[in-house]
Write a protein that binds this ligand. Structure first.
Ligand SMILES: [Zn+2]
Length: 426
């Protein structure tokens, strides 16, 4: 965590609660001391410290983005299985994944974190079949991360528990949840064990839910008519804070269960479209009181980790699938991609730029052409900006990416290692 004080000025400030045309942010170590109108900022007590000034050059300063569902190590599988539907795609993926070493997973995760940081993502929630390499990469890069093992067997749950004891709360940037891959890939006893262990340790859960219609049909056939949401709820999975990825095929009864348990749904529009899974009923879930966040999913089914594109797709897909252009506003999409995701990943006081909250923020380049006609800041963030417009990314008060440079990642080495792994794998 940073000990530096930064003053970010000359920015249009989108806090998640208000917009300040001439805004300023003052950070003190990992937290925000002031976020608001530049003219109202008074000099803070310095106690012998100096303030580093960042000139935002007329750009937009906003909360960092949170990808609520990912498999970051899958950068090494990008391009595998293109054109296949989910079932066949997974089989192809599992074959290549079987070859991955822990170091490959670390390398793939580091590459993904590079992409996340340059695209303004300050937080992600990850599931993988081995999570140690993901956590090593996140810890070294100093990005905010939640990770779990997507358990299929009891040994995965034991591995997840060992990671919980090693990493949870590490530097306040890391949270460990327990994971089960899904209703269809994880048997009942393993799912039950994961839920029980999560409850005992006060951790959350992360699971793929109702991604395809065939998954829901097979579940109803196998489990006495229960949908995956009903089945998982009856197993006690949702009795702890849970991230439910996808929820594309959910009915009103499912939505009521998700809402009453405070489950965070991670909506992954690009992945759902690429694998022809369908359009999640995001507006209906929100109307039922479900917390809906946004995730990139893994880079093998997206294939980018650009959360700006993901926000744009979420808004466009909602508009198309409901035939109602007001079904998901730009500010709704930003809220889903920031504070809702961070909360779902177990981080409170993250995702809004407010005094006392974490200094997780980004600056969008004021020289980007669309900024010359900037009119509605939320519309511009969601529909006009892209990850490549991000100039600076800060997590916990520390600058991790600025003007093409990374402060915590040896990028040449990461790219060299990724190329070496790729030539061995494929
Ligand atoms: Zn997934």
């Amino acid at each position: 965590m940073s000990e530096t004080m930064y003053l970010i000025k000359n920015v249009k400030l989108y806090t998640g609660e208000s917009v300040y045309p001439d805004g300023a942010i003052l950070t003190d170590g990992p937290f925000i001391l002031y976020a608001g109108d530049a003219a109202k900022l008074t000099a803070p007590p310095l106690k012998g410290r100096k303030i580093d000034i960042i000139d935002g050059r007329g750009g937009i300063c906003m909360p960092g983005l949170c990808s609520a569902h990912s498999h970051v190590a899958m950068t090494l599988l990008r391009g595998v299985g293109g054109g296949l539907p989910l079932g066949e795609w997974l089989q192809r993926i599992f074959t290549v994944e079987a070859l991955l070493t822990d170091d490959d997973i670390y390398t793939g995760a580091t590459l993904a974190i590079m992409e996340y940081l340059r695209y303004g993502v300050t937080c992600f929630a990850d599931m993988y079949f081995r999570a140690n390499g993901v956590l090593r990469a996140a810890h070294e890069a100093k990005i905010r991360a939640n990770a779990c093992v997507g358990a299929i067997s009891a040994s995965h749950v034991a591995e997840n528990e060992a990671l919980f004891h090693e990493f949870d709360g590490e530097g306040e940037l890391i949270r460990i949840y327990f994971g089960i891959h899904s209703e269809y890939a994880t048997d009942k006893s393993v799912a039950h064990l994961a839920a029980e262990t999560a409850q005992k340790l006060g951790a959350g859960m992360h699971v793929h839910v109702s991604e395809t219609s065939s998954e829901v049909e097979a579940c109803r056939e196998q489990h006495g008519g229960k949908s995956p949401v009903e089945y998982l709820s009856d197993l006690g999975i949702f009795d702890v804070p849970t991230i439910a990825a996808h929820c594309v095929h959910v009915d009103e009864g499912d939505m009521a269960i998700l809402a009453s348990h405070g489950v965070t749904v991670a909506h992954c529009p690009a992945s759902n479209m690429k694998l022809s899974s369908g359009a999640a009923p995001v507006a209906a879930m929100r109307a039922h009181g479900v917390n809906v966040a946004i995730g990139t999913d893994g880079p093998a089914s997206n294939n980018t980790l650009d959360m700006f594109r993901e926000m744009r797709l979420a808004a466009l897909l909602s508009s198309l699938s409901t035939r109602n252009p007001a079904s998901l506003s730009a500010s709704d999409a930003i809220e889903m991609a920031t504070v809702v995701g961070a909360k779902g990943a177990g981080f409170s006081e993250v995702g809004i730029l407010r005094s006392g909250y974490a200094a997780d923020l980004i600056v969008i380049n004021g020289a980007a052409p669309f900024m010359a006609t900037e009119r509605d800041v939320a519309e511009d963030i969601v529909y006009a900006a892209a990850g490549g417009d991000v100039q600076m990314t800060m997590v916990g008060g520390q600058i991790l990416y600025i003007n093409g440079n990374y402060t915590t990642i040896d990028t040449e080495r990461a790219i060299y290692e990724a190329r070496a792994a790729m030539s061995r794998l494929l």
